[in-house]
Design a protein around this ligand. Structure first.
Ligand SMILES: CC(C)(COP(=O)(O)OP(=O)(O)OC[C@H]1O[C@@H](n2cnc3c(N)ncnc32)[C@H](O)[C@@H]1OP(=O)(O)O)[C@@H](O)C(=O)NCCC(=O)NCCS
Length: 148
């Protein structure tokens, strides 16, 4: 199947249950409702929609010159179709508009698929936080430098 016709829209609590399902199918320790809903003035939360159906969830922040991605997750059946790359492209262009220098993220060293995805996009591993996650795995700290 090719990439479905999709749009990126603001998250709101009506999407909470769909997002919970997506996170539960992807993670052993999924985010709590509180984590999904929490926001501050820097938070950017989006869902990917196709024909009213929620295919994915994005959470990030832009704090002055630094951006970060705190979550990207797609429904399993819609992974590997270019939607993740599309979300990164969208967040990179938003970050450029806002004058961001770097986009940062943390990913479990055990999540080989996501690491390949980010490396493939141009993220560089800058550091490792040992035993960072609940399952005891290390976190890779990755950075995507935005061209001036
Ligand atoms: C990681 C994730 C967001 C990637 O999104 P995706 O839509 O599946 O990835 P895409 O189809 O956009 O792939 C983008 C690129 O990464 C590559 N890629 C994706 N998955 C890959 C894999 N398993 N192995 C190697 N390369 C992979 C693709 O080849 C593609 O490269 P190309 O554009 O040059 O062809 C998605 O798979 C996901 O939701 N995973 C589960 C949740 C998760 O682990 N999130 C990250 C937490 S930090």
């Amino acid at each position: 199947m090719r990439k479905p016709k999709i749009k990126i829209v603001d998250f709101n609590p009506n999407y909470l249950n769909s997002v919970k399902v997506i996170l539960t199918e992807n993670f052993e320790y999924p985010w709590s409702e509180l984590q999904i809903l929490s926001e501050n003035r820097f938070t950017i939360k989006k869902v990917v929609l196709s024909g009213g159906k929620v295919l994915g969830f994005f959470s990030g922040e832009i704090i002055f010159s630094e951006g970060s991605i705190t979550m990207i997750a797609l429904k399993k059946e819609f992974q590997g179709k270019g939607i993740g790359r599309y979300l990164l492209d969208w967040f990179v262009s938003l970050s450029k508009e806002r004058g961001v220098n770097n986009i940062w993220l943390e990913v479990s060293k055990r999540n080989k698929k996501a690491i390949r995805f980010y490396e493939n996009y141009g993220f560089i591993t800058e550091d490792i936080r040992p035993s960072y996650y609940k399952d005891g795995s290390d976190a890779l700290i990755m950075r995507y430098p935005i061209d001036p």
